[in-house]
Design a protein around this ligand. Structure first.
Ligand SMILES: Cc1ncc(C[n+]2csc(CCOP(=O)(O)OP(=O)(O)O)c2C)c(N)n1
Length: 650
């Protein structure tokens, strides 16, 4: 049978289809995603859960006049397929291909750019109020419906609640589709998740809601406060019917649910009602993460977590592909930084009873699953709530604990004021362990961890360090836990250098770097991965007859001023290398330090330029921005040969 999907070039092609055809179309979208993502890799389980939601929404709405916002956007592949990107889906996340999440630049149907969680409802309130404002003022903006689709995981982010609070207050006519599958990347956590589970897993509530096809706009508000005045029987029956949404009702939102998120007809009935309402409405939808892919759907919580994302070539003919055998005699792969960090944090927690690990919904992503398995009472997952992760850490530190908040560099951005106001100003012993620092690759600009050096360096009391390899990470974690006051420890995504790990970690002297290799006219001072890049450049230059000095700064704050001054004094050119933005970054810190000491050096700063870097394989991104040994070597050669350099060639 030919695919209906091949006749869908845009959302309007859905408008005339029957419920049955739409149901079939959703399944075709699912198969298309399984086949494509199984081959090229990418976000997986969440997308299989939203096929019917995307079909139902686009069948009822006129996108882009009507606005559909996908929170995070990792579950927006069905939306991409239905909005003209069916044939380009195989390029998603690849260099030059479709963006990993929704992107305003990519399609008029991607209303907001995203990648970080919990932003859709706030954006939606702004969009709808923007339309109302334009109508009041006679401005040329078209009115349309606004729908935010948000997962139960993303709902744990506080900023989503700020938006609910605002929209309830304003009475903004908009719809939130709460896509509840009980999962974040790992099983969802906390009281909110328990509340959702109580509703979603209660078959009575599904039954109670069947056939509710009218009256949504007439829902009473503030019903909870009136419960107590009702007789016990009436009270119980009303409660069974209304209680699931009481939380929302009390905030002046209408609630409808629980709707089967894989039944297109049921979804369309509920959504049509919600879209017609003249007030904020939440439609609570139950979906299955990994729907239609047996290892996820039938693998319980573990299966769903395992298939949050699929690796390239991990699926063949709709089933997991056989593992490819390793070539005989192949050297063992170097350990990942995340693995080393997770194992060492566990060891440090065993050594020091004050150590506590905190994650914001990224337990295996940060390696904290090891701590969770072995010392569960020393492990906390706060949900997608980075701000709370740090406030919680601050409170723990005040009580004498040594909290280690393991948060990706990019997600830490969300908790900036907690770092400034609640940790640094109070000079608390909190370790910020920033995984995925640097360019992360195919997750792209929303996820590159390139700002942390610049945004943390300006904070008083802060100590910043970055290891050049996994052995140094072990020493630095010990250093961070030994130090009194806030510490930021950044390390990259992916494999370490393959060096042996130390038996016993050493606490480094804070603010000291080390010289790794002595050379002539040029000195390279690297930070973190910048050291390896510097060594690569040094090898290339040595082969071309130019010996250069290479040093590891180890700390971006405090800078080893003595080392920097020595390198500047003994060389014609000082080159700083960092995997972070140049504006306000490590190289700038070196320059400031030397300038203040009255030794303005001839300095070449290598790092991330002042623009957002796209998505794609890290190697390609590094080439694009010149973060390679070869490119650094070329720039050094050019600088050394440049007679205009004030100190070169003296
Ligand atoms: C601020 C922020 N923190 C962490 C993440 C990483 N992350 C991406 S998807 C996800 C889980 C989202 O769960 P949910 O919203 O329930 O969607 P599901 O994948 O279950 O459909 C997390 C934690 C993020 N994108 N943004």
């Amino acid at each position: 049978m030919s695919r209906l999907l091949d006749t869908v070039d845009g959302p309007r092609d859905l408008h005339a289809l029957s419920d049955e055809d739409l149901q079939r179309l959703a399944q075709e979208v699912r198969t298309h995603i399984i086949d494509t993502v199984g081959e090229i890799g990418g976000h997986f389980g969440a997308n299989l859960g939203t096929c019917e939601i995307a079909v139902a929404l686009h069948s009822l709405l006129d996108s882009p006049r009507d606005k559909i916002l996908w929170d995070v956007g990792h579950q927006a592949y069905p939306h991409k397929v239905l909005t003209g990107r069916r044939d380009t889906l195989p390029t998603i996340r690849q260099y030059g291909g479709l963006a990993p999440f929704c992107s305003i630049a990519e399609s008029e149907h991607d209303i907001m750019g995203a990648g970080h969680a919990s932003t859709s409802i706030g954006y939606a309130v702004g969009l709808k109020e923007g339309m109302r404002h334009a109508a009041r003022e006679g401005l040329p903006v078209q009115d349309g419906k606004v729908v935010a689709v948000i997962g139960d995981g993303a709902m744990t982010g506080g900023v989503a609640f700020e938006a609910i609070h605002q929209a309830g207050g304003l009475g903004t006519p908009m719809v939130v589709v709460l896509n509840d599958n009980g999962m974040s990347i790992a099983p969802n956590v906390g009281a909110l998740s328990r509340y959702f589970n109580r509703i979603r897993l209660n078959p009575k509530l599904w039954h109670a809601r069947e056939g509710v096809e009218g009256g949504l706009t007439k829902l009473p508000v503030g019903i909870g406060s009136r419960f107590e005045r009702l007789g016990p029987q009436v009270k119980e029956s009303i409660k069974a019917f209304w209680a699931p949404g009481l939380f929302w009702e009390e905030l002046d939102w209408a609630y409808t649910g629980v709707v089967d998120g894989h039944d297109v007809h049921a979804l369309r009935v509920a959504l049509r009602e919600a879209l017609a309402a003249d007030r904020p409405v939440v439609v609570h939808v139950a979906t299955v993460k990994g729907k239609g892919f047996a290892p996820a759907e039938e693998g319980g919580l573990e299966g769903m977590e395992r298939w949050h994302a699929a690796k390239p070539k991990s699926i063949a003919n709709g089933a997991p592909a056989a593992a490819r055998p390793k070539p005989a005699g192949a050297a063992p792969a170097p350990l990942q930084y995340t693995q080393v960090f997770g194992a060492r944090l566990l060891a440090e927690a065993r050594r020091d009873p004050r150590v506590i690990g905190i994650t914001a919904a990224m337990n295996s992503g940060t390696g904290l699953n090891l701590l969770q398995d072995e010392l569960p009472e020393r492990y906390y997952d706060v949900g997608i709530a980075e701000q709370q992760a740090l406030l919680f850490a601050a409170g723990l530190a005040l009580e004498g604990a040594k909290p280690v908040a393991a948060i990706y560099s990019t997600f830490l951005q969300r908790a900036y004021d907690q770092i400034v106001h609640d940790i640094c100003l109070q000079n608390l012993d909190v370790v910020l362990a920033m995984d995925r620092a640097g360019l992360v690759g195919d997750d792209g600009p929303t996820h590159h961890g390139v700002f942390d050096i610049a945004y943390l360096r300006c904070l008083p009391n802060m100590v910043l360090m970055a290891p050049r390899d996994e052995a140094m990470l072990v020493h630095m974690l010990r250093t961070a836990l030994t130090h009194e006051g806030p510490v930021g420890l950044r390390y990259p995504r992916g494999a370490g250098a393959g060096v042996p790990l130390p038996g016993e970690p050493l606490a480094l002297d804070v603010g000291t770097g080390e010289i790794l290799r002595e050379g002539g006219r040029v000195a390279i001072l690297g930070y973190g991965t910048g050291v390896g890049k510097g060594l690569e450049a040094a090898d290339l230059l040595a082969a071309r007859g130019l010996d250069v000095t290479v040093a590891d700064a180890r700390f971006a704050k405090p800078i080893d001023a003595g080392l920097a001054a020595q390198l500047a004094a003994e060389h014609d050119l000082l080159v700083t290398v960092e995997e972070g933005v140049l504006a306000g970054g490590f190289g700038t810190a070196v320059w400031e330090t030397l300038s203040e000491a009255g030794v303005p050096p001839r300095i070449l700063r290598v790092g991330i330029p002042d623009r957002y870097v796209t998505h794609g394989a890290p190697k390609l991104l590094h080439e694009e921005i010149g973060y390679t040994g070869e490119r650094i070597a070329e720039r050094i050669e050019a600088a050394v040969e440049d007679p205009r350099g004030s100190r070169a060639g003296r």
